[in-house]
Write a protein that binds this ligand. Sequence first.
Ligand SMILES: Cc1cc2nc3c(=O)[nH]c(=O)nc-3n(C[C@H](O)[C@H](O)[C@H](O)COP(=O)(O)O)c2cc1C
Length: 376
Amino acid sequence: MRFLTAGESHGRGLVTIIEGFPKGVSLSEEDINIELSRRRQGYGRGKRMSIESEKCEIYSGLRNGKTIGSPISIVLPNVDWQKEQSPIYIPRPGHADLPGAIKYHTNDIRDIWERASARETACRVIAGAVAKKFLKELNIKIISFTRAIGPIRLELDIDIRNSDIEKLIDDSPVRCPDNKTSEDMIRIIDEAIEKGDTLGGIFELVVLNIPPGIGTYMHWDKRLDGLIAQAIMSIPSVKGVEIGSGFYSSENFGSNVLDIIKYNKNHSPWSFYRETNFAGGIEGGMTNGEPIVVRGAVKPVPTLRNPLPSIDLISKEETKAIVLRSDVCIVPSAGVIGEAMLAWVLADKIIEEFGGNTIEEIKSRFSQYLEYVRSL
Ligand SMILES: Cc1cc2nc3c(=O)[nH]c(=O)nc-3n(C[C@H](O)[C@H](O)[C@H](O)COP(=O)(O)O)c2cc1C
């Protein structure tokens, strides 16, 4: 499978085209709009997201509410479409402005940031919503939450299998399942707003019900951990990706952080299991049957209301970076985009490994494999 996105931040709208998606999966505009509205929320987002209605239109690939195997094209109109735009000559440190302007032989950074803008991530969420519908058919689920905002970190271990956890995450304005930490996170975002500054943080993704053996150790470009890292790193602002306890493990003896293999014929869902999950569910580029755990480190938003020093591209004089309407903290939204990118990678890998043009074929091969794993 692959997906392509087109569209600028303040152009007429965004277009997503998905190729290679199997026939027979139910899909509606509402399925996608729910995910889009999850992306636009989160304490610390700017005014733009309250302007956009985030109602997509499916143009092709569906008949009677089910995919038919043809390319799926989805349009998301921009309410904030601006026909006329004045040029901007002062780049923001941390954005694509300066390298993009040099690359495309221009002084007008609007040409650059209209496409570099994270408005494009709405398309990722659209493709991810479609991928999630596929994963749902296989009972595979992805949950995300905010692990840290700036220096405020959720130190508790989260029992992601607890059925209340999703409600706790959704009820928190910063998508953090602990009330006290949520309040501290909101407080530090307020401090950034007051100072005209911005903040980053860490989101965490967890995949449940994925069997062992998805992915491969055979080739560098097919390892599941590598594919996940690329997909998560491609989200604007993400500057670090961690699988399981990657960085913590690097500081410890192997005997403390390698997940001991256990066996019990009656253990659910698989009889081979681990009591710890430092590996984040991936060994040798393949799932090992434990939940996949991925973290994305998000840098602070580059547009500051209290702007940083910069250079005017026309006069070459020192000045202050341009101030534009902007988000202050996007970590809660980045978690939703992370879910979408992870859903895409997993759906793509499963379709590649289990083959077939229709959901029925893939499901039947997948359940045969589950039966085999359960019989061990
Ligand atoms: C959901 C989301 C919203 C964002 N909103 C803004 C914003 O309002 N202003 C801004 O300067 N950067 C914003 N960013 C970050 C920039 O898109 C990003 O820093 C820029 O494209 C440069 O890419 P890089 O940070 O990956 O190097 C946002 C990122 C995401 C994921």
